[in-house]
Design a binder for this molecule. Structure first.
Ligand SMILES: *Cc1c(COP(=O)(O)O)cnc(C)c1O
Length: 223
């Protein structure tokens, strides 16, 4: 199957309120261009350096999403163009994104990553910490960021009952936080679901799915 066919297959199954992020990490620009030519405009990368390199080579109407863990010292490289940062998990990081966004006179949209998996390896904040952050006085001074939703990653497992429970947890947390609206926090997006579980994620309330291998094929990591 070609990248175009994969994309069309997935898009034909998506409800209108669900946004597809094409996760293109490790893939060459030629593959991304195939997706671009098939109409895809939102791409997700998990390394800032790789995203910057692709941004420089590709058409400028692409929306670039940073879906990986963000190192604070690298925010400056993407601040000029990044469209959404999925993995924000601390006030410190938000502060740095705000500082760099200001230099470019932009507002950068961010999702707060919430820890829903039982695994220890996943990043993310507790729902209590998220609530504290979005209701804090300190947040209102960060006028160059806007918190537009939440993101979560389920445990890496074949047990779909467990994955479903974790997705439902994120949806519940989102609904609980949603009424909190401030000058720079307006929760609309639930980013959850990848190639293996996006249908389940949509059933559980996802509005943004991050799909890589089902579009571009398996990733081969060299070195
Ligand atoms: C790689 C990655 C994805 C996509 O994974 P696939 O299984 O290839 O669809 C989604 N989200 C994050 C955060 C990723 O790092």
């Amino acid at each position: 199957m070609s990248i175009r066919q994969n994309l069309n297959d997935i898009k034909s199954q998506l409800p209108e309120h669900v946004t597809l992020v094409a996760v293109s990490k490790t893939k060459p620009v030629s593959d991304l261009m195939e997706a671009y030519d098939a109409g895809q405009r939102i791409f997700g990368e998990n390394k800032i350096q790789e995203m910057v390199e692709k941004y420089e080579q590709m058409p400028k109407d692409i929306k670039w999403h940073m879906i990986g863990h963000v190192q604070r010292n690298k925010v400056k490289y993407m601040a000029e163009f990044v469209s959404l940062v999925h993995g924000v998990d601390s006030f410190k990081l938000l502060k740095e994104i705000n500082k760099q966004a200001k230099k470019h006179d932009r507002v950068i949209n961010c999702l707060l990553q919430i820890k829903i998996a039982e695994e220890d390896t996943k990043f993310g904040m507790s729902s209590e910490d998220v609530k504290k952050l979005i209701t804090s006085e300190a947040l209102t001074s960060l006028t160059n960021v806007c918190i537009t939703g939440v993101m979560g990653m389920a445990t890496f497992t074949d047990d779909s009952t467990q994955i479903e429970a974790e997705f439902k947890r994120l949806k519940t947390i989102f609904e609980d936080l949603k009424p909190i609206q401030t000058s720079n926090c307006e929760l609309q997006t639930i980013s959850m679901g990848m190639s293996s579980d996006y249908q389940l994620a949509i059933d559980c309330g996802s509005t943004m799915i991050r799909v890589g291998s089902s579009i571009f094929g398996a990733r081969h990591y060299s070195n």
